[in-house]
Design a protein around this ligand. Structure first.
Ligand SMILES: C[S@@+](CC[C@H](N)C(=O)[O-])C[C@H]1O[C@@H](n2cnc3c(N)ncnc32)[C@H](O)[C@@H]1O
Length: 268
């Protein structure tokens, strides 16, 4: 486990993923009924973008740092930008923790012991957020369906091992069999179109009726860097796609990226 998210926090792909997380949570907050968030690969929770790691890659400088004076847009965008303007950049579990209501809860799973400890310290002020140091794939299956029967499952692995696409797809399929009404957000890097397409095909075998794929790619490829990433959204909430489109219209020109939306199953 060599991957450290501190090098990549706040880059173009992180921004779009976190915007999607906020969009889904805002949707879940519309009903009074409690929801659960399960973040299977949670990271540290918060990142110092002036630190050594972020400075070394410069990824946040080409990402969230370019969005400081964006205004307006859908509620998800304004809320995300508000949450992201603090001293430390919030990762997915900190964004979620800040959007929980008293009736909601978050389980954030992180395998790396150091990152899990940092995450536990970051989430200490949030009584409805629990951190588990564990394997996210295995633990996820023990946590679904959540008793609330509503919620977001975020699967955001580091894809370090060659087998990890297969492992992620089979974890999604197994979780989906137990909790078919959940909203799932699955992030993946696109280093090869064939590999990404085959991963999406494997996730589709889970049988979700509605699956939206959103790809974000740099307008100009940069050698040696991640140039594209995707998000699969199983059971996307009502208006998720048009809201994401409207937000991305505002931010993608600044990130010098473009988006592609594809309904792999069902339609809006
Ligand atoms: C892409 S980062 C997560 C970023 C985080 N979701 C966010 O958006 O802020 C992936 C994280 O998964 C952790 N990880 C790797 N393998 C894991 C596993 N099998 N179970 C849980 N966490 C794992 C890594 O240590 C890393 O912190």
């Amino acid at each position: 486990m060599n991957y450290r998210h501190a090098y990549h926090a706040g880059n173009f792909a992180d921004v779009v993923k976190h915007l999607a997380v906020v969009g889904v949570l805002q949707h879940l907050r519309k009903k009074a009924a409690a929801f659960a968030v399960i973040d299977s690969h949670a990271g540290c929770g918060a990142y110092n973008l002036s630190g050594l790691e972020a400075s070394r890659t410069g990824e946040a400088a080409e990402g969230i740092a370019r969005l400081t004076n964006v205004s307006g847009g859908p509620a998800a965008l304004t809320s995300y930008l508000e949450l992201a303007k603090g001293a430390r950049y919030p990762g997915s579990p900190l964004l979620a923790a800040q959007l929980l209501r008293p009736q909601d809860r978050l389980v954030a799973i992180e395998k790396h012991p150091e990152d899990a400890a940092t995450l536990a310290a970051t989430l200490r002020p949030y009584p409805k957020a629990r951190v588990e140091e564990a394997d996210g794939y295995r633990r996820l299956l023990g946590l679904v369906p959540p008793p609330e029967r509503r919620g977001l499952i975020l699967i955001d692995p580091s894809y370090e091992s060659p087998d990890e696409f297969r492992e992620a797809a089979s974890a999604v399929a197994a979780a989906y069999r137990r909790f078919a009404t959940g909203i799932y957000l699955i992030w993946f890097p696109i280093k090869s179109t064939a590999e990404a397409n085959s991963f999406c095909g494997e996730v589709l075998t889970a049988g979700a009726a509605k699956v939206l794929r959103l790809d974000i790619s740099r307008c100009q490829m940069v050698a040696g860097k991640l140039n594209a990433a995707g998000l699969l959204v199983l059971n996307p909430p009502w208006q998720f796609e048009p809201d994401m489109r409207a937000s991305l219209d505002l931010i993608l020109p600044r990130l010098e990226c473009e988006a592609r939306f594809d309904w792999l199953a069902g339609s809006p």
